[in-house]
Design a protein around this ligand. Sequence first.
Ligand SMILES: Nc1ncnc2c1ncn2[C@@H]1O[C@H](COP(=O)(O)OP(=O)(O)OP(=O)(O)O)[C@@H](O)[C@H]1O
Ligand SMILES: [Mg+2]
Length: 574
Amino acid sequence: MKSYFPFLSNYRKAIYLAPLLVIVDVICEIVQPELMSKIVDVGVKQKSLPYILHIGMIMLILSLIAIAANVGNVYFSSRTSVGFAAELRKGIFTKIQTFSFSNLDKFGSASLVTRLTNDVNILQDLVMMMLRLLIRAPLMLLFAVFFAIRINAGLAIIIAIAIPLLSLSIYFLLHRGLPYFEKMQAKLDIVTRVIQENLINVRVVKSFVRENYENKQFDLASGDLRAMAVKASGIVVLIMPVMQLVMNISIVAIIWFGGVEIISGHFQVGQLMSFITYITQILMSLMMLAMSIMTFSRAGASSKRILEVLNQQPDILDSDEAILKNRQPQKGKIEFRKVYFKYQEQSPEFVLKDISFTASPGETIAIIGSTGSSKSTLVQLIPRLYEVTGGQILIDGADIREYTLENLRNRVALVLQKNELFSGTIAQNLRWGNPQATQEQIMTAAKIAQAHEFIMSLPEKYESVLGQNGVNVSGGQKQRLCIARSLLKNPLILILDDSTSALDIQTEANVRAALKSNSNPPTMLIIAQRISSIRSADRILLLENGEINGIGTHEELIHGNKIYQEIYHSQQLV
Ligand SMILES: Nc1ncnc2c1ncn2[C@@H]1O[C@H](COP(=O)(O)OP(=O)(O)OP(=O)(O)O)[C@@H](O)[C@H]1O
Ligand SMILES: [Mg+2]
């Protein structure tokens, strides 16, 4: 509960006011039956119109106050719950932004989306319910019992029997139903995950003609959910008729015993009427309480999932010293010193083993190696997307952990192997790399990345909208836009992870030449599969099973490295 206080702090006033208004509402409502009985027992009996009008007027005013209080309560509760949800969502979102890649690996995007949407909505409903019902139900119950006893303590015995009877039945039903509700939540998660994964990968599904398979997966998940929902609601729907039964029996009993008392002159008709109203209110409040308990326990699972995200410690953070020194990379020299890495602490094998090499400022090092040889892993360690497990990476002689993440990542541009653009215009997407970039800088970057020409051929040029309802770019065009976006950061170190794989050999060569033509070229690490893409690099680093198998120029490797020779010859054939 305490973890949620910060998200409610802007709504303190509303949180006090809402229950206060509930109390006003309950008081106004609870005296109505009492006044009604006065009209019948005094006004009608004495045939006094002024008395009836007087009491009627009071009832009317109380009703108006109750309505106003209720409207006020709805206003404050909705404001609070909607505001709480917005702040909570923002909090989770901000937290996720601090996550390292390994934090993100742990949750998975589909699950994070469910937590941000569905789980937050459930907590929003809970806050609303707490502010509306949680005080109302017990208060109403207490007051109604009090007034009922005051009217006729003898008849109140019926209430003393009805309350435990209904409570026990509700307890019994909820006790059986709640586990189903919890399971239902878990099944709902699965359905959401299936939907999300399918929609995110809908193109893959289509290209593999796996629609039927996916439909089956969905049917399975959705069928499971339905079965559980039917079981859960099958039990909970019984609560209503049980309550009706208890209520009707109580009313019959009241009329029976009350009637006898009326005949003997100890009891009034109006009192009987209000007594019946009170017992209805009592049993209704019990129901509301039960429903609240149900909402509570259903929200428990959602809360747990949200707290998991909020309490997750980002595992890559700035050290105090780095913040204090505010050191900036200056030249772009990269040095790996006996670097070891594994993704999970518990995994027995290192993915990278004993990696040591140096790239001098302005040098281009190409990285080649079979798929799964840890090329991507190696370069992701440089901007600290993952933290090295052993050894050290230095930039300009200082351990990368001595820079703040911001200073480090501002100067290290990494074009990821699986890169994405955002919806928006091309210019907006490029400027994403550097919000201050001028139109001219944007065009220069696009020219180096060989993207300018195709952008200019679009009807709206740099203002063309990408994505939904906009233009779609080809794989190679997207790669070039991603390179341009990275160049706008004016990086000291530029890492391209298979980022020109979709370009034809000529365009790729043009990109490389343009990158090099810069008077002050960045240090570059270029991962590629084709020898043609890398033979002009200053040096080539050959990775094999996470280890450096050889490093040198194309000429050196072609003469001295067996694996490189094999790769070279296999590519000559095609
Ligand atoms: N996020 C991750 N969590 C756990 N293991 C991973 C993760 N990413 C990659 N691996 C594992 O690390 C190893 C190296 O993967 P990596 O992506 O670095 O290879 P790569 O050389 O870039 O391959 P490719 O040429 O196919 O891009 C693989 O065995 C892979 O299964
Ligand atoms: Mg890779």
